[in-house]
Design a protein around this ligand. Structure first.
Ligand code: UD1
Ligand code: CA
Length: 421
């Protein structure tokens, strides 16, 4: 087993989400929460990532399927976070070295602080490093107790806190680095004498200390990194913070976002320099936008869409699984689905590619420099040649391809006859 190792706890139901879905699969900016935690662990140097699954195990496995460094451990009954880590014993029993333990419901965790903890472990080989955070509002978190000299004493769960402990603002975000195999000794000694009757992982650091091993709590995490998603309200908060990060990234890369609060950009989208995103634009899925494009207001770009450089997509235009080459324009009220639009082609207002016949999806090809008139309907599969013109309100029927540099009009669309003299 290659280290460093990360263990991500993801077996819980998340009752407060009131959902049939495993909590860690709820999405933040287009991807399941667990995805971000896996990325953070990887970013911090984890070579093997063990995800503990239980409730909705098959869904979680499927969501993370195909990630070569991810393996799964099954926790049959959700007896607490300590028990969840124990479920990794069989997989990790021969491993010696650092294991980060993270939770799958904190999607905002970033790799930097985790990498710092791993770096410190490499030097000091402490039995447990606890990453902590000092937050304005500690509600919902376990509190970190220290002695008068500031040394770590223990973690007290909120439900088990007395009023003084409740006032402590240094919290446990569940970002640990444990030295293996030492952790297994502590897990063997956990008991369930607490308010929830569960095996608490939070008792492990104190147990290690009582065995004479070194435990250090370091306040390396930021309040924004540790938001735990336990209810839908937290999901919305996580989404807002993640969205701000995504937009901040693209603005740093030279993209203008005119109204960040009224713009949504999926974490998988890619956007080129000097592109301007106008208000109420929604970009979902893996979308790629070139340099110097103008998108919005009120545009919806969906999965698989690729815009070349200098493309314009305007008000109430939806582009789905489509490609628009350099300089192509769809400025108002159009739907492009499974379409390929050539360079400098113009799509008129309310023009539509009818890509679904009720059973199958078909493709539409629109050539370079083609002019698609207002209200035109292109019934897929169909192609319009380079430089061709489709008249306003024409219906180009499936298979009746329009040759290059010709004009078609009417319903169904026919070549425009030269005017009689
Ligand atoms: C836990 C910590 C608390 C910390 C908080 C935020 C414990 C006892 N408490 O509380 O100190 O402040 O996280 O990080 O650890 N899980 C399992 N199997 C289980 C139970 C939980 O896999 O049997 C998983 C859940 O899916 C979840 C994670 O562990 O991803 C944390 O569980 P959760 O119930 O959310 O713990 P908190 O009450 O938030
Ligand atoms: Ca939690």
């Amino acid at each position: 087993m290659e280290g460093p190792v990360a263990i991500i706890l993801a077996a819980g139901h998340g009752k407060r989400m009131k959902s049939e879905k495993a909590k860690v699969l709820h999405e933040v900016c287009g991807q399941p929460m667990i995805h971000y935690v896996v990325e953070a662990a990887r970013g911090a140097g984890a070579r093997t990532i063990v995800v503990v699954v239980g409730f909705g195990a098959d869904q979680v496995r499927e969501a993370l399927g195909g990630e070569p460094d991810v393996v799964f451990a099954t926790q049959t009954r959700q007896l607490g976070t300590g028990d969840a880590v124990k479920a990794c014993h069989d997989i990790l029993k021969d491993y010696r070295g650092p294991a980060m333990v993270l939770v799958g419901d904190e999607p905002l965790v970033r790799p930097g602080p985790l990498a710092d903890l791993i770096a410190r472990h490499t030097q000091e080989k402490d039995a447990c490093l606890l990453g902590t955070a000092v937050v304005p509002d500690p509600t919902g978190f376990g509190r970190v107790l220290r002695d008068s000299a500031g040394r770590f004493l223990r973690i007290v769960e909120e439900r088990d806190c007395n009023p003084q402990e409740k006032a402590i603002r240094e919290v446990n975000p569940s970002c640990y680095v444990f030295d293996l195999p030492g952790l297994w000794d502590a897990l063997d000694q956990l008991n369930t004498s607490n308010a929830q009757g569960e095996y608490y992982l939070t008792d492990a650091p104190t147990l290690l200390q009582s065995m004479g091993r070194k435990v250090v709590a370091l306040p390396v995490l930021e309040p924004d990194d540790i938001l735990g998603v336990n209810a839908r309200q937290h999901l919305a908060q996580a989404h807002a913070i993640m969205q701000a990060r995504i937009q901040d990234h693209w603005m740093s890369e030279g993209v203008s976002i005119v109204d960040p609060r009224n713009t949504y950009i999926d974490g998988r989208a890619r956007i080129g320099r000097d592109t301007v995103i106008l208000p109420f634009t929604v970009i979902t899925g893996s979308v790629s936008i070139g340099l110097d494009c103008k998108v919005g207001p009120f545009s919806h770009l969906r999965e698989g869409t690729v815009l070349g450089d200098g493309v314009e997509v305007g008000a109430f235009v939806e582009v789905n699984r489509s490609q628009m080459e350099t300089g192509a324009r769809a400025r108002h009220l159009a739907y492009l689905g499974d379409a390929h639009v050539g360079a400098n082609a113009n799509i008129g207002a309310t023009a539509v590619t009818a890509n679904f016949n009720g059973r199958t999806k078909g493709e539409t090809r629109i050539g370079a420099g083609a002019q698609i008139g207002s209200g035109a309907i292109l019934v897929a599969p169909v192609s319009v040649g380079d430089g061709a013109t489709v008249g306003a309100n024409a219906v180009v029927t499936s298979g009746r391809d329009v040759p290059g540099a010709t004009t078609v009009v009417g319903v169904p669309a026919r070549p425009l006859k030269p005017k009689a003299r």
